[in-house]
Design a protein. Structure first.
Length: 395
């Protein structure tokens, strides 16, 4: 069966590509086309060489809609990209609800394939983060941005919905009831699926040896704009980044810094920031995060990031510098939103950050983690059950 995957960022592609590897091995899908709805995502994936090579390893093709500035050329291009939906049954996986909104063509073609060819539409709501989220803080976030009450989430038009864990956990984080008549498939933490991890492990040395030396630490980037939560009385992303870079600059002669841009990071602005503090001994890498985490002495973030969870699960020491305002810090009781995943949490305390940096970098031995890995935090995929669920409505 032909398969088309619509995605809007690497975050969603990270979650769905391991599942595609398993579906391909089970012979449930044949040709696979990965379609991004924006041209910038297309080039960003090309930079992320591991994901791009993973698409090719699965027998897939990467393309995008709306390549041109001319609307008529775009129309012709989009019809060509979506052509398989016109003449046969297709398994359609969408990594974000409403991906067809704003495009009458996509909406009509998806509906046509579903009704006329018995095509199957699957919505991915996978969220690869731990179950121990701080829901009090999430409620605080909603109140700051003026969202006091949650609205039930109704999902229609899909044949199946994918969840990392059972919907009850998703509902708890959303603080809303999910309403749907679609089949529910629990896929677990997709990034540990066997076929994908085999691909990563097999090729890791090839990718790493080309640009990374050790010792190093992993510094995933975020946006450099305003406060993380609109309405918070705290430093901007740029201000936090500058403060942290000035601390780690003192260790440029001792350790390599591996920066990985977020898909929303303004890399030109980031390069200007590095130059302004005279930061040296670094690389900007687009390699798969798990690869960088596995060779890093520690992972450091100065903005909330699900990569803290990724580092935690892969056994890498984690450090977070935050700038929660007084209200947020009070709700969190001095802790991080990433409950149980951050070994060294620092909120608005540069002296403490300097002490932690000194301890982690100058210590020649592996620093023991504060939080031990607990397997129960992660829903392990049951591949046989997942395949049976897909086979039940695909064939």
């Amino acid at each position: 069966m032909n398969c088309i995957v619509f995605f809007t960022s690497t975050y969603y592609l990270d979650d769905i590509l391991p599942l595609i590897f398993e579906l391909k091995k089970a012979n449930l899908i044949s040709s696979i086309v990965f379609i991004t709805t924006k041209k910038k995502w297309f080039y960003y994936i090309k930079q992320n060489v591991v994901l791009h090579d993973g698409i090719k390893a699965a027998g897939g093709e990467l393309t995008c809609l709306n390549k041109f500035k001319n609307r008529y050329l775009n129309l012709l291009n989009n019809i060509f990209v979506l052509r398989k939906l016109f003449y046969g049954k297709v398994l359609i996986i969408e990594t974000k609800i409403g991906i067809q909104e704003g495009s009458r063509l996509i909406s009509k073609v998806l509906s046509f394939n579903q009704k006329c060819w018995n095509g199957k539409r699957v919505l991915s709501k996978t969220r690869n983060w731990p179950t121990e989220m701080n829901f009090s803080f999430l409620e605080y976030c909603r109140s700051v941005v003026g969202r006091q009450e949650s609205i039930d989430e109704t999902t229609k038009g899909y044949d199946a919905i994918l969840y990392t864990r059972f919907p009850e956990g998703y509902e708890q984080g959303l603080n809303a009831k999910l309403i749907t008549n679609a089949k529910i498939i629990q896929v677990g933490y997709t990034r540990v699926m066997k076929e994908w991890t085999n691909f990563v492990d097999k090729n890791m040395e090839k990718y790493i040896s080309g640009e990374i030396t050790t010792p190093c630490f992993f510094f995933p980037l975020a946006v450099t704009g305003g406060a993380w939560i609109t309405g918070e009385r705290c430093a901007t992303g740029r201000e936090r980044l500058l403060k942290c870079l000035k601390v780690f600059k003192n260790y440029n002669s001792k350790i390599l810094t591996v920066f990985k841009p977020h898909h929303k990071t303004d890399v030109s602005e980031f390069n200007e920031i590095l130059e302004s503090v005279n930061y040296t001994n670094y690389v900007i890498s687009y390699l798969y995060p798990a690869m960088l985490i596995k060779i890093a002495k520690f992972t450091f973030v100065c903005s909330p990031s699900t990569l803290v969870w990724e580092a935690y699960y892969n056994g890498c020491t984690t450090v977070e510098y935050a700038d929660y305002d007084e209200r947020g810090d009070q709700v969190l009781k001095g802790e991080t939103i990433h409950t149980g995943c951050v070994d060294y949490f620092i909120n608005r305390d540069m002296n403490k950050l300097e002490q932690v940096a000194e301890m982690l970098i100058s210590n020649n031995k592996d620093v023991k983690r504060i939080h031990k890995r607990h397997e129960e935090k992660i829903p392990i995929p049951n591949i046989q059950e997942i395949i049976m669920n897909f086979r039940g409505f695909v064939l």
